[in-house]
Design a protein. Structure first.
Length: 310
């Protein structure tokens, strides 16, 4: 029975992403067979640390919101400690449910609990609908619902699943400032052989270029000169020295694609590099597929093999 850690408690969008991985057969596809035991973790870093410690076989964590961008705690946790590997991703359309305590209405609620990332996605709605409600920070979307159940606040920005689990009344549903908002989630395991390329893949690395002028543009040029499509780039402080950063880079393609392999090899020669994985995209697309190996490299291969007339 595989143990899968997720950013909890029960009722978060991350648990919904885990359920989606189960439904799609992704857990089985990566070699984790049997009924899944879901293990709630207090944060994305805690979920990933459960994998490092052996308390869980894999973890599901949020990585990117279409509204808020990257999820910094997940990025930092992937870059530190023993290396982990991303093996799959999924996306969920996000809209929030406002939950209330007994006899509470949108008009009567004076306090509301919200996870900060969720709060940033519903600020306009809150200002127009509950302008007098005082916002209190929650540990997660499901944690906000638990604050209501405990009587700490009158209402919460949460999820329908959390409301059902705690039997809380729904005051509003489908709450979001930007229609069609989506969040991307990762399935992460200990390092393992990379699954074969599918032709619609994503590769992720963490780069730590020297703090010298022009280093980052020169590094990114390794992708540009090979026509590799970057799909995500985010900087985070190394937290070791002021002004030093590491860069999280996703690109379209697979480590088995010759040009992607060339670029990663070039990076490895110049700077610390952490490979985070190559895996199929959730949508079957994700940028332009790296071009095939070009005619000049093929010419060199032919010469080495004793082929070619020129």
């Amino acid at each position: 029975m595989p143990r899968i850690a997720y950013f909890g408690p029960s009722g978060t969008f991350t648990e919904m992403a885990l359920a989606q991985f189960e439904k799609l057969g992704t857990i089985e596809a990566v070699g984790l067979h049997g009924a899944v035991e879901r293990v709630s973790a207090a944060s994305p870093p805690a979920a990933l640390e459960a994998v490092r410690s052996g308390a869980a076989d894999a973890a599901v964590v949020p990585i990117e919101s279409s509204i808020e961008g990257a999820v910094p705690p997940t990025l930092d946790a992937l870059s530190e400690g023993r290396r982990l590997q991303i093996v799959a991703e999924t996306e969920i359309e996000v809209a929030f449910t406002v939950l209330g305590g007994p006899s509470v209405t949108l008009e009567s609620a004076r306090t509301i609990s919200a996870y900060p990332i969720a709060l940033n996605q519903v600020r306009q709605w809150l200002q127009s609908t509950m302008p007098d409600a005082v916002v209190q920070s929650a540990s997660s979307n499901a944690g906000a619902a638990e604050d209501v159940a405990a009587g700490i606040v009158d209402s919460a920005i949460s999820t329908r699943l959390a409301g059902e689990r705690l039997s809380l009344p729904t005051l509003a549903d489908g709450v979001i400032d930007v229609e069609g908002a989506r969040t991307r989630f990762l399935l992460v395991t200990p390092p393992r052989p990379v699954a074969p390329r599918t032709g619609a893949d994503r590769t992720a690395v963490v780069l730590e270029p020297p703090n010298d002028p022009g280093t980052l543009p020169a590094a990114l040029a390794e992708f540009g000169i090979r026509n590799i499509d970057l799909t995500f780039i985010e900087s985070r402080p190394t937290r070791s020295q002021l002004g030093t950063y590491r860069f999280f880079v996703d690109c379209a393609g697979h480590i088995e694609d010759p040009l992607v392999a060339e670029a990663l090899t070039a990076f490895h020669r110049k700077m610390p590099l952490r490979f985070l994985g190559s895996w199929p995209t959730a949508t079957g697309t994700g940028g332009s597929v790296p071009p095939p190996i070009d005619e000049h490299v093929q010419w060199l291969t032919d010469i080495r093999a004793g082929r070619g007339d020129l």
